[in-house]
Design a protein around this ligand. Structure first.
Ligand code: ZN
Ligand code: ZN
Length: 335
């Protein structure tokens, strides 16, 4: 198999550089990279034989593949069309077979070391919520909030933000993936903040919605509804349960209250070396929860012109149920 996506390469070998092919043969495994990464690759990937990529790169890979003399799988979801054409042209005597989801399936179930790193990343976002509670005040722009939050996480030791943070105040909170703008926070605003840290490759992902001042009855009832849906989702997330049922458990709470059309995204996603990975907690996903899976549970209700609420936590599926890894309080909705 030929592996060239960054997360899959890292998962299998430990190598974190930006350019490499893993060539995995029945008896041997090679890491082919360019001059810049030779020393790093030898340090990070001791189980792989490091080979320098020559020009054209297909020559180096081709020489290794013909040693395997078997069909070669490639990551059909990720290999670019141009790279595929180069492979066929440069290595005509090898049969390439499309393959998808093989390594992603392995990545869905986390081992103890991975869970440890996830816990570290999640601790940072928990502390981020404490920071937000002391920092947030009317007059700040959404952009300022996103920036200060990122600084805070990086000072804690995060290697970077897990994604571009979502800070959505006022009616903009009805945009599930709003980009922070120069809008200034006002008393009475709903404010949704979705953020995460990367620690040694592993991502955290947390959403909290706040309101400045005393919430209106409608704001509070939406908040309570989303929380109730999230609790139903978390309770349903047991080992052996199809992810579609978990999505349903949370979604039906929101539908029963007439807000089904305002919850248009799936309930959650796996998180690990990538911010979004399998299993996806959605009606369409055929996966079944297994111990070791780490997923977000993040229902939301978004009402155009009014605002939105989302609450997101990360859980670890265990042999007996699940553990909520994120500890940031959810009752402290009012700032
Ligand atoms: Zn999120
Ligand atoms: Zn998420």
């Amino acid at each position: 198999m030929l592996v060239n996506t960054q997360e899959n390469r890292r998962y299998l070998s430990g190598f974190t550089g930006s350019n490499a092919f893993l060539v995995i043969l029945p008896q041997r495994a090679y890491l082919c990279t360019d001059f810049r990464y030779l020393e790093q690759a030898a340090l990070q990937a001791p189980d792989f034989e490091v080979v320098q990529l020559e020009r054209p790169w297909t020559k180096t890979i081709g020489a290794l593949l013909t040693r395997g003399s078997c069909p070669v799988a490639f990551e059909s979801e990720h290999l670019s069309y141009d790279t595929y054409v180069e492979l066929l042209r440069g290595i005509p005597d090898v049969e390439f077979r499309p393959q998808k989801g093989l390594i992603e399936a392995l990545r869905m179930v986390k081992d103890a070391d991975e869970v440890k790193l996830l816990r570290e990343a999640i601790k940072m976002t928990d502390r981020g919520v404490d920071f937000l509670r002391s920092y947030l005040k009317p007059g700040l722009t959404d952009q300022e909030v996103a920036l200060e939050l990122e600084f805070f996480l990086r000072r804690l030791g995060a290697n970077g933000p897990a994604f571009s943070f979502i800070v959505a105040s006022g009616t903009r909170s009805s945009l599930p993936h709003a980009e922070p703008t120069e809008r200034r926070l006002e008393v009475g605003d709903l404010l949704t903040i979705d953020f995460g840290a990367v620690y040694k490759g592993y991502h955290s992902d947390l959403t909290r919605t706040f309101v400045f001042g005393e919430p209106t009855a409608k704001q509070r009832s939406l908040y309570d509804l989303v929380l109730e849906a999230q609790i139903a989702g978390i309770e349903a997330a047991q080992p052996g349960v199809p992810v579609a049922e978990v999505d349903r458990a949370a979604r039906s709470v929101i539908e029963q209250r007439g807000h089904g059309e305002h919850f248009g995204h799936s309930l959650g996603h796996g998180v690990g070396l990538a911010i979004h990975e399998g299993p996806h907690l959605s009606a369409e996903c055929p996966e079944v929860l297994q111990p070791g899976m780490v997923v977000t549970v993040e229902p939301g209700v978004y009402i155009p012109g009014f605002g939105g609420v989302r609450t997101e936590d990360i859980i670890l599926v265990t042999t007996t149920g699940n553990e909520i890894l994120s500890q940031a309080p959810k009752h402290s909705f009012i700032l």
